[in-house]
Design a protein around this ligand. Structure first.
Ligand code: SF4
Length: 312
């Protein structure tokens, strides 16, 4: 097994050079994929990195909307996604025609609003939005929406309710959610906290309020790394986000110990969509130059909104 892994690592490195490619990997990818990536990060960091790479090809190890975002921000580059079926339950919870209908209904009712959309959404939904946010920049963007405007926030109701709390801005929330962050078990978290009273709990804002209210820190994945790095003494952290983030935390700040907060149905909370990407599929997409993200007409408008929100 070890030999096979080493062979495939070498093969991927060779193909990467041959294909003039840069590999980007989200923190929710398997540790072995993160290990060989040129850049790892959350959605915001990777979207920004994608605009700075100097190779002709980007291989995006993440889910479809992330690769789509990299393509939108880099129209001239070839963007490959190891498994084209790596989707996202949160993005799927907000189909563009339904969002357009909701916006029309609000306009017909005489409401003045701006649509603020989480980056975990399709390009068609981004094209219908005024702003795109990530967990890293959402507070800052929301403060840019004029006070006399209502906010329609899509698609994550948990992130939306958290942002309502921290910004004090009421919002019209779309009823979407992430299948991974929705299923943390509050009972198991409380049991774990009782067993480990010294441990600190860190939670992603996509978690429901009943998990967030027991957290010592709430923030996106980049913010989690910065938070744990503030502790000089070795500390135990209970982590409520996708389980592969523990690999990145251990890698970035190894002096601490990290334990996953268990889910209701599964002890590990792995995202099945992210898990579709494997080393073998990464090698094959480099070898074949596909699956490739193809340009679509709505990418133009989505690109304007993304650039204004993330790069402005
Ligand atoms: S962890 Fe949740 S939000 Fe992230 S890709 Fe998986 S389903 Fe989508």
């Amino acid at each position: 097994m070890a030999t096979t892994s080493i062979d495939i690592y070498d093969e991927i490195e060779a193909l990467k050079a041959e294909q003039d490619a840069t590999i980007l990997a989200h923190y929710y990818q398997d540790g072995e994929i993160q290990e060989l990536a040129d850049f790892t990060g959350d959605s915001l960091k990777l979207a920004r990195v994608a605009t700075t790479v100097d190779t002709g090809t980007i291989v995006f190890c993440g889910v479809h909307f992330m690769a789509e975002t990299a393509k939108i921000l880099n129209p001239g580059k070839r963007v490959l996604l190891p498994d084209p079926l790596a989707g996202c339950s949160l993005a799927d919870s907000c189909p563009a025609p339904l969002l357009a209908r909701r916006q029309e209904a609000l306009r017909a009712a005489g409401r003045t609003f701006q649509t603020v959309t989480y980056i975990n959404s399709t390009a068609s939904v981004k094209a219908l939005s005024d702003w795109i946010v990530t967990s890293g920049n959402a507070e800052e963007i929301i403060r840019r929406v004029p006070e006399d405007c209502e906010i329609l926030f899509a698609p994550d109701r948990h992130l939306g309710s958290y942002l309502q709390e921290v910004t004090g801005r009421p919002m019209i929330l779309w009823e979407g959610s992430c299948m991974v962050h929705e299923v943390f078990s509050v009972n198991d978290l409380l049991k774990l906290k009782r067993r480990k009273p010294e441990a600190r709990t860190i939670a992603h804002p996509e978690c429901p309020a009943n998990i967030r209210e027991h957290a010592d820190f709430i923030g996106g994945t980049e913010a989690m790394i910065r938070f744990v790095d503030r502790f000089d003494a070795p500390t135990e952290f209970l982590v409520a986000t996708e389980a592969n983030m523990l690999w990145q935390l251990q890698h970035a700040v190894p002096r601490h110990a990290y334990l996953p907060v268990p889910g209701i149905t599964c002890a590990c909370n792995n995202c099945p969509h992210m898990a579709r990407n494997t080393l073998e599929k990464l090698r094959d997409c480099l070898k074949n130059g596909s699956p490739e993200i193809a340009w679509r007409p709505d990418f133009d408008r989505a690109g304007e909104v993304l650039r204004r929100s993330l790069l402005g």
